[in-house]
Design a protein around this ligand. Sequence first.
Ligand code: ZN
Length: 208
Amino acid sequence: MQILFDVLRQYHYGNNEFSQNNTHLKPKETKPVVPSVLWVGCSDSQVIPHEVLGLQSGEVLVYQNIANQVRLEDAGFRSILQYALEELHIKRIIICGHYECSGVRLALQTFDQQNEYEYSDNSFNNWVNEIKYLAYRHWSKLRQILDFKMRCQRLAELNVLAQAQKLYQDDNFIKNQEDVKIIPWIFDQERYKVVDLSCEYDRQLIAI
Ligand SMILES: [Zn+2]
């Protein structure tokens, strides 16, 4: 209990410090800031989307899950996508993965240990089933990358491309909106820099 109290006190202290040191982040106008971009990112990416884009926090509509997946069957994802496109009229959707992703790493570690990617009682494991299948489909190339970290990085890139393609092919929201641009990015924490996968996305649109 004491540990929890200490942690909460640390959070409050951190918030006070943040509030005092970041007055420049507070909106200067009374009217609310309208997001101009939807960011689909990973929950463990350690990326602050608006900082990466050089925008205010309110200018980015953020959706995150493990391994930045486009889950069109997920009501949470569909609702934010609809809100972005139909209410906010957002025209740019960034799908941003990252290297050293725990979800991608788990998928790569376990993709060949499950037959037919059956659902188990491990939610984290189930959540990355589609990435395991992606690794399976690209295994002939991935297996040539002997270093596991590099192999994970390549799978993280392929995952971003696959998610972008899935969103691009969505019949309900995207397909009839030609002016909506889907931007596939991956974040490199070591260099603290975004890698743009757009060229590869165009080339691999059919192949992923
Ligand atoms: Zn991640």
